[in-house]
Design a protein around this ligand. Structure first.
Ligand code: ATP
Length: 211
């Protein structure tokens, strides 16, 4: 039996209901054995002020308190500079072995700009790419990403047949929620209640985040 491991990377600044539903639904729909949320490193003095790495992890931990299905992988935060997804996948592949399936999951916005990622054409050597729809974003119809999709597109049964190498597109519940909008709402004095878990909203308030 091939084990199926999902990786869902992001800034999670803050984690919101969009991320959580996607991760959980992907785990269930693809029958993943494990689903890991992988927060990425952000430079401390980035242009848009956000939460610190440890605050982003605190919020992830709060969000997952009552969810045993999803886990956090903190490896990229434990380095002192941004990591390339390609390098992280390399590390993960060495850990899980050649036989098991690795699924790199992302929203359509990330997939549409995949050709800006380091070593992007090599990612499929290490993992499958699973893409979920995101309101306002469409599949690229031409260009390098569209070509990669055309040559490697498969349905989700591929995950039990091969450990890497396919692009799977999934129709999921569309949730028009973004962290950028949540930060802007808070900055404008509005409540993001029901877009983030209550515990995360309490944490944001008590730490004065995104003001
Ligand atoms: P920001 O607005 O700050 O860019 P975000 O809401 O896009 O944040 P990220 O942490 O950047 O959140 O996203 C992590 C991953 O989750 C990306 O692959 C992104 O495409 C996906 N994603 C986030 N929100 C949604 C959503 N509502 N629907 C589909 N995919 C989403």
């Amino acid at each position: 039996m091939r084990k199926r491991i999902g990786i869902f990377g992001g800034t999670f600044d803050p984690i919101h209901i969009g991320h959580l539903r996607i991760a959980l639904e992907l785990k269930q729909q693809l029958q993943l054995d494990e689903m890991h949320l992988l927060p990425c490193y952000l430079p401390p003095h980035r242009p848009t002020p956000g939460a610190s790495a440890s605050q982003r992890v605190d919020m992830l931990e709060i969000a997952l308190q009552s969810c045993t299905e999803l886990r956090i992988d903190k490896r990229e935060l434990q380095r002192d500079k941004p990591s390339y997804t390609y390098d992280t996948l390399h590390e993960l592949r060495a850990e899980v072995g050649e036989h098991n399936s690795l699924c790199l999951c992302m929203g359509m916005d990330s997939f549409a700009t995949l050709d800006t990622w380091h070593n992007w054409t090599q990612l499929l050597q290490l993992a499958h790419i699973v893409v979920v729809a995101r309101p306002g974003w469409f599949l690229p119809e031409s260009g390098a990403v569209a070509d990669l999709l055309q040559s490697n597109r498969a349905d989700s049964t591929v995950i039990s047949q091969k450990s890497a190498g396919a692009i799977v597109l999934l129709e999921q519940r569309l949730l028009p929620i973004s962290a950028t909008d949540i930060r802007a709402q808070i900055h404008a004095g509005n409540s993001p209640q029901f877009l983030v878990p209550d515990g995360v909203w309490n944490y944001i308030r008590s730490n004065g985040l995104y003001q």
